[in-house]
Design a protein around this ligand. Structure first.
Ligand code: FEO
Length: 396
């Protein structure tokens, strides 16, 4: 069923309470998610985005019950990623032949690339282009290139002043009541930050530039309606303000310690370092994660909000544990900036892990500080006594 948002605008998407993984298995979901599609019913009926293929039948049945599909005038495809577009081929089968699909030039590439050339009537748009929907209202298109795909776009409805922002400003969070002001605020803001850290952070310079550009358009926002999670209705500028902070090399007074361990030596160092940081700076938040016990997206979010990280691994095969190699490859993708890093690890024979960690962290944009804490066999008191100096270097 469609659900009224405001004016002649409705939500018609899928709230996915059961979702546990997104982007294949690359993004761990803790609080469900949604695929938000919308319908604008002015003199023209316009469908904005669709849902992921596993839910397309429900979406299409709901849509067909609610509106006369033979009278639909246009489709807006803000983004070609399958969570929003894989309902499109079946939708187009049910719409009048030649119904225009408004998208960016890259949107044509991604939609044709995924679904083949089906002879769809693509109408390529760029920032500032407008579509008259009647009753004195227009849709204004805003390219959102690399936020987070080259084809990404947002669409603004005048009169009701809604920005259909696509992935930007979204959260993987199932909110039955649809609106951010009805959601659990702690989860909402945590999921919004997690979404930013894990999906948008690599493009932070573009986020900053886009926020500036959107500001120059001088559009009032009554609502920001993303394609995942809750719609921002009460002070929608709050999420714009958060994005402005998050895109500006965000950090809090936090140190995050991540480690992998074989026989507990590196684990002991991690926990002892946590105490050392806390003793040196009682106001600093300190968090410790074994990379095998917490999903990587949650840990990445904690790194995002940290001013410094410490990373530990024992030496194995003259290298680090392979789980840590994979974790740091993921962290590298996120392009964190202006964060310090300390390294630590235990070894039995050759002891390369701290050098490998230093190299990987430097390559990922961290500034490695302090002397590595490199412990032969197991950390006894003498080794633990080295940790305060590492803590100080990270806090400096
Ligand atoms: Fe929610 Fe980039 O798709």
């Amino acid at each position: 069923m469609k659900r009224h948002i405001t004016g002649n605008v409705s939500w018609i998407g899928y709230i996915d309470w059961e979702l546990k993984q997104f982007h294949g298995d690359d993004y761990a979901i803790q609080h469900g998610s949604s695929q938000n599609a919308y319908v604008v019913e002015e003199e023209k009926t316009v469908l904005i985005d669709t849902v992921w293929a596993p839910h397309k039948e429900e979406y299409l049945d709901n849509l067909a019950r609610e509106i006369d599909l033979s009278k639909a005038d246009a489709v807006i495809a803000n983004h070609g990623e399958p969570d929003h577009s894989s309902g499109l081929p079946d939708l187009m089968e049910r719409l009048p032949e030649g119904t225009p699909i408004y998208c960016t030039a890259n949107g044509v590439r991604s939609l044709k690339g995924q679904y083949g050339d089906r002879g769809w009537n693509f109408q390529v748009v760029k920032t500032g282009d407008r579509l008259d929907v009647g009753n004195g209202k227009e849709l204004i298109f805003v390219e959102m290139r690399m936020l987070h795909w080259p084809d990404s776009m947002a669409t603004y409805l005048t009169g009701d002043n809604i920005l259909f922002s696509m992935d930007a400003f979204g959260q993987h969070y199932a909110v039955e009541e649809l609106f951010a002001d009805r959601a659990d605020e702690g989860i909402l803001l945590g999921e919004a930050m997690k979404y930013y850290a894990n999906i948008l952070n690599p493009f932070s310079p573009l986020v900053k530039a886009k926020l500036k550009e959107i500001g120059t358009l001088d559009l009032p926002f009554a609502m920001i309606a993303p394609s995942h999670g809750a719609i921002w209705r009460d002070h929608p500028e709050q999420i714009i303000d958060l994005y402005a902070k998050w895109s500006d090399d965000f950090q809090e007074d936090q140190v995050t310690i991540v480690y992998d361990t074989m026989w507990g030596g590196t684990e002991k160092l991690a926990h002892a370092l946590s105490v050392a940081v806390s003793e040196a700076s009682p106001d600093t938040k300190v968090k410790v994660f074994n990379i095998n016990k917490t999903d990587k997206n949650t840990i990445a979010t904690e790194i995002f909000r940290s001013k410094a990280v410490a990373v530990g691994s024992p030496t194995v095969g003259q290298d680090i544990l392979s789980g840590m190699t994979g974790f740091l490859a993921f962290i590298r993708q996120l392009k964190f900036k202006k964060k310090k890093a300390g390294v630590f690890g235990t070894y039995g024979w050759s002891g390369e892990s701290v050098a490998v960690l230093s190299r990987l962290l430097t390559d990922s944009g961290f500034t490695v500080v302090g002397d590595p804490v490199k412990v032969n066999w197991f950390p006894h008191q003498e080794a633990l006594d080295e940790l305060p100096a590492l803590a100080q270097a990270m806090l400096a």
